[in-house]
Design a binder for this molecule. Structure first.
Ligand SMILES: NC(=O)c1ccc[n+]([C@@H]2O[C@H](COP(=O)([O-])OP(=O)(O)OC[C@H]3O[C@@H](n4cnc5c(N)ncnc54)[C@H](OP(=O)(O)O)[C@@H]3O)[C@@H](O)[C@H]2O)c1
Length: 302
């Protein structure tokens, strides 16, 4: 293997340590950052995500709370809960775990969350702020985590050709918005590819940085990449594997072995982007708490 590994676990750990330090500073000033996660229904993957978010909050010294609602909860009840959380000064971040049951309108729920508490960064106000480069919004945690991986690994992004594969609202589009900004860790020339892109490999072969967010196991192979490219693999896919006691293993959207022969740096799956998402969620929550404290101090001073 030629490529150096980008160790997302280690980088996420240092971000979580920084978050814990910031939390201690806030607690000394009388505020404990609080994240409330709302889980509707009993989707097994969501249960795991929610538990790990709660555990990570508590480890960082924050108030991590999960509110569990039955799958048949009426939409109006969830909206009322969001209103209560919006009004609760001890709640700095609100996250309604996706996917919601089919009878619910997910978009309406996201729109209802106070943008100042939308630590997932999916509210249109935060999406807009990200696009215009305003610094007082919240960037979605997974693409923000990818940027941190690049910055903390010393990858030169300024002037780089960055090809993003995938245009979802949670990864691909915000990733593009982040990398095109006139800012440190950005300033890239961005291309977004998707399922209608003609000749994906031709785009990939120009790239200095590839971000794969497709949801298709090992789709990008080494022969599609330029030597020396930095590969960030967001994908999380289960593939059958009889040799694994679970009967499956988890792989990314990039064929790791062939890509690692060509790339200069590459993220593993698991252990690359995955751990960054929670670290950035904690950081966004601390930022929300800092902003609310500053606002309270300003209003006292006024
Ligand atoms: N590490 C983490 O914390 C984390 C967080 C979120 C997601 N993920 C993982 O990241 C992956 C992407 O997630 P997502 O939510 O963005 O998925 P998504 O909403 O399904 O979007 C996938 C994107 O890939 C594009 N695509 C599909 N087939 C393609 C092809 N053959 N060639 C080029 N583009 C193609 C789609 O194009 P169209 O728009 O044309 O359909 C779409 O834009 C998944 O594996 C997911 O599990 C990981």
């Amino acid at each position: 293997m030629r490529a150096e590994l980008i160790d997302g676990k280690a980088i996420a750990k240092s971000i979580r340590e920084e978050v814990a330090r910031d939390v201690r500073g806030l607690v000394e000033r009388g505020v404990t950052p609080g994240l409330t996660v709302v889980l509707v229904g009993d989707d097994p993957a969501s249960q795991i995500y929610v538990r790990s978010k709660e555990r990570a909050c508590i480890e960082a010294g924050m108030n991590g709370r999960t509110i569990r609602l039955p799958a048949d909860t009426p939409q109006a009840e969830l909206m009322d809960l969001v209103d209560q959380l919006n009004a609760d000064p001890t709640v700095h971040g609100i996250l309604v775990q996706s996917p919601l049951p089919k009878h619910m309108n997910e978009e309406a729920v996201v729109y209802r969350i106070d943008p100042a508490k939308d630590v997932d960064g999916f509210h249109p106000v935060n999406v807009g702020k990200l696009l215009i480069g305003a610094r007082d919004g919240f960037a979605p945690c997974t693409p923000a985590g990818v940027q941190e991986l690049l910055v903390r690994s010393g990858v030169q992004t300024s002037g780089a050709e960055c090809v993003i594969v995938g245009r979802s609202n949670i990864v691909g589009k915000p990733m593009a918005a982040i990398m095109m900004q006139q800012a440190d860790g950005a300033n890239a020339t961005v291309t977004i590819c998707h399922s209608r892109t003609k000749d994906l490999a031709a785009h990939l072969r120009r790239a200095d940085i590839v971000v794969a967010a497709i949801g298709r196991a090992e789709m990008i192979t080494g022969d599609m990449l330029k030597p020396g490219v930095v590969v960030i693999d967001v994908g999380i896919n289960r593939v059958e594997d009889a040799s694994d006691p679970r009967g499956y293993r988890v792989v990314g959207d990039v064929h790791f072995d062939s890509a690692a022969e060509v790339a200069s740096r590459i993220t593993p799956v698991p252990g690359g982007v995955g751990p960054m998402t929670i670290a950035l969620l904690l950081r966004n929550t601390v930022r929300a708490a800092e902003r609310s404290l500053r606002a309270a101090e300003r209003s006292l001073g006024a």
